[in-house]
Design a protein around this ligand. Structure first.
Ligand code: BGC
Length: 782
């Protein structure tokens, strides 16, 4: 008996020696060896509880960070903590209140991605996102599900506001700055949605049919730039298919391009919806399934057991996951405060909007206002101001300054009758909606836009108001969000009520000798050509965040000189975009019904632009098309006005070891201080592949230049960055010859140029991704 007890005592003492290793920064291999298959599968599948919102499955994490979109599962036995993943991109999205406490958890609503890109200022973007990253850290979150970088293929993609641009170089560099800013807090980002998720209609199933050239030069290029420059901790694979295969199951995308061609080392997670092919996802390079469910864990276990998934692949993904885990604040036990400095961040949000708002028109120096005290403020959007979009891109902010408050804060007096008119309409409409919700119709849906429709203002009233006020400001508002694309009619195009409002206000105020300013509080491009001449000035703040209306007022008063420029083209007509031939611009049976979340729709007949989308325009997206086809636009890519003027001089281009170094001097030739965003385009030598007239290769922004002051900006462009993709040869090519380097204020305004002579042809082979698939028949501009 004594002997047996001694034996057990000895065994107990030995247990610590046999104990499983706990994860440290240096024992990943050891931990992998110690993990069971069940534990490994668990680590590869997210652990969110699925919450159902109006038939839509969206992840809501359990645990202390309420409202985070998802989490990874903890495995305590080997010291793996749970980590939290939350949206993005215009700030952190978590629940602002929690049961059992009066403490609040609001986050700062920053300007949307499109406005960030309108700054053309990577330092400014990094400053903004370092504040967002601080909120991520201080609220106990590990990864921000941002930035969203999908290219603006069509002006109508419902999520364009979250994304940056129609150009991959602008988009990729702004994204790199975004990632660096967030990750400077030792928290992660998830660049999304990889790849070709360029529409929301049937987003779960739509098959983007794209050529390898358009992919490599446009739709992957922005990811490539951001990933290679800024190393995001995670990449989010998109819902849609690419050339017949789900992006989240594409080895070409997730392993060959991402890891072989670009050297990516982080993890890949799926977008939020499970597909049947968990095993294929894991095998093709998708490390983490989000939001995750038990079925997916079981699939991985079963596949390893029946030999259809090798343990090597599982271990590869587990290793990626553990390399991620050891970087997280959760693993490093960061003592988060739940108290980020929201006041300081709000100031940064305002500064970013100040520096990014685009002035599209300013006839007779209407702005900044001089001698204007009393303003007639029109448009329901003046009160119902849109700070950001809907869906996962929405941020739960403590407040939104609307245009009325912004102008009042700046010291203007507003015509109270007009304000009352809109406010009482909104109160009435809200009461109606509450009634109908009480009757069981409608209700909360995070994907719907709750924007108030514009209401007409009687002409007689406007005539009176034109006499009583010094100027008019009209706000045109739009909201959008994931799950649906915008429509061509009454969305891209203004509604009749909006047109009448602009026309009537302009006519009456002009008769009274007064000026009219239109503020476009929109998430995406709208038609401007048919009405712009009515307005004396047009400001484009996009959806500028919680402090954005104060920033609009800063521009109106002249406290800030506008320096934002367009990150995309404003066409004359929607149909001028070649992509419009293959875009569901009027599809009404949209969003969640079409394909659903995670649903595998059975459809005998494939619907053009819904089940499949032919990217027939190839590389002819945005200004690449408008420039080359010499097609007139309403406002060109890169356009934006200032209260001062700039001269470009001393264009210099020098061959470097790899490519060239270019510089240009910018002088403020006007009367007020200002900043200028400079664009460097390159026109390639003729011959070889069909190419755009010119392509953006670099950009930069001056500091605030005083009148008469100059600054020389320098840019480096490598031979690789000059190259186009020859899909027949599966390589990048930059032929020898003369490249014209154009220093420009916009795509339509080249100010100076110089020639770079490339002595030798440059080529670079790539992995064999996308071989044998030619995409679709593409248009040619020859
Ligand atoms: C969106 C992602 C988002 C995720 C988590 C998805 O529906 O497409 O952008 O990060 O939900 O909220």
């Amino acid at each position: 008996m004594k002997k047996t007890m001694l034996f057990f005592a000895a065994l107990l003492c030995a247990v610590p020696m046999l104990a499983q290793p706990k994860l440290t920064k240096n024992n990943i291999d050891e931990v992998i060896k110690a993990m069971t298959l069940e534990e490994k599968a668990t680590l590869l599948v997210g652990g969110a509880r699925a919450a159902t919102v109006e038939g839509v499955t969206s992840g809501q994490a359990a645990g202390p960070v309420e409202g985070a979109a998802g989490n990874t599962r903890p495995i305590a036995r080997v010291g793996i903590p749970m980590t939290y993943l939350a949206d993005g991109p215009a700030g952190l999205r978590i629940n602002p209140t929690r049961q059992g406490t009066t403490q609040t958890f609001y986050c700062t609503g920053f300007p949307v991605g499109t406005l960030l890109a309108s700054s053309w200022d990577v330092d400014l973007v990094q400053k903004a996102t370092s504040c967002i990253g601080n909120e991520v850290l201080e609220y106990g979150v590990d990864v921000l599900l941002a930035p969203g970088v999908n290219l603006h293929r069509s002006p109508l993609c419902g999520r364009n506001f979250e994304y940056f641009s129609e150009d991959p170089v602008l988009s990729g560099n702004i994204a790199a700055a975004y990632i660096k800013g967030v990750q400077s807090n030792n928290v992660g980002t998830s660049i999304k949605h990889y790849a070709t998720n360029n529409q929301e209609t049937n987003r779960n199933e739509a098959d983007s049919r794209v050529s390898a050239r358009a992919l490599r030069e446009l739709y992957l290029k922005n990811f490539e730039i951001a990933i290679t420059k800024a190393e995001p901790w995670t990449v989010m694979s998109s819902y849609n298919k690419l050339d017949g295969e789900y992006a989240q199951q594409s080895e070409d995308l997730l392993t060959k391009v991402l890891r072989q061609d670009w050297g990516y080392k982080g993890i890949v997670m799926t977008d939020w919806g499970s597909k049947a092919g968990t095993v294929k996802s894991a095998a093709s390079g998708n490390d983490l399934m989000e939001p995750g469910n038990q079925t997916e864990i079981d699939r991985i276990i079963a596949a390893v057991k029946d030999g259809s998934l090798s343990m090597d692949i599982v271990d590869r993904n587990v290793r990626n996951m553990l390399n991620y885990i050891i970087k997280t604040p959760a693993f490093n036990k960061y003592p988060y405060s739940n108290k980020p400095d929201l006041k300081a961040h709000a100031q940064v949000a305002r500064e970013v909007a100040d520096e990014s708002i685009v002035m599209l028109r300013n006839e007779d120096n209407t702005l900044p206002f001089k001698g204007v005290e009393k303003i007639a403020l029109y448009g329901i959007g003046a009160i119902d101001f849109v700070a950001g979009g809907t869906g996962s891109g929405n941020v739960n902010k403590a407040y939104v300054v609307n245009m009325k408050e912004g102008l009042e804060n700046a010291g203007f007096k507003l015509d109270q009758d007009i304000v009352n008119y809109y406010e009482s309409y909104m109160a009435y409409d809200k009461a109606q909606k509450q009634l109908s919700a009480a009757a069981g119709r409608g209700g909360f849906n995070m994907f719907s836009s709750n924007k108030y429709a514009e209401i007409a203002v009687p002409e007689a009233a406007i005539a009176k108001e034109a006499d009583a006020n010094d100027a008019a400001v009209i706000v045109i508002g739009r909201n959008a969000g994931e799950g649906a694309d915008r429509k061509f009619k009454d969305d891209f195009e203004l509604t009749n009520i909006e047109r009448e409002l602009i026309a009537n206000v302009s006519i009456k105020f002009h008769e009274a000798g007064k000026k009219v300013v239109v503020v476009l509080n929109v998430g995406g491009v709208v038609e401007t050509n048919s009405w712009k001449n009515y307005a004396d000035a047009i400001l484009l703040p996009w959806s500028p965040g919680q402090e954005g209306a104060n920033a609009v007022a800063d521009i109106i008063t002249g406290k800030v000189n506008p320096s934002g420029k367009l990150p995309m083209t404003f066409p004359i007509a929607f149909f001028d975009h070649p992509s419009s031939a293959n875009f569901p611009y009027n599809y009404t049976n949209n969003s969640q019904q079409a394909g659903g979340f995670g649903g595998q729709r059975q459809q005998p007949q494939l619907r053009k632009d819904v089940d499949y989308v032919n990217y027939e325009e190839g590389i002819w997206v945005g200004y690449r098309y408008f420039d080359t086809a010499d097609k007139e636009v309403s406002y060109p890519f890169g356009f934006g006005l200032s209260y001062t003027t700039f001269a470009y001089s001393k264009p210099v281009v020098k061959a470097a070891k790899d490519g060239f170094t270019a510089s240009v001097t910018v002088t403020n030739t006007g009367k007020v201080a200002g900043k200028e965003a400079v664009q460097v385009y390159v026109s390639a030598p003729a011959g070889g592949l069909e190419k755009p007239e010119k392509e953006l290769k670099a950009f930069g922004k001056t500091r605030l230049l005083q009148p008469g002051e100059s600054q020389t900006l320098t840019f480096n462009v490598s031979a690789y960055e000059l190259a186009s993709f020859n899909q027949a040869a599966n390589q990048w090519e930059a032929p020898a010859g003369n490249y014209v380097v154009k220093f420009a204020a916009s795509a339509a305004n080249v100010q100076a140029s110089a020639v770079y002579k490339q002595a030798k042809a440059y080529t670079k082979k790539v992995s064999d991704a996308f071989i044998g698939y030619d995409g679709v028949k593409e248009i040619s501009l020859k």
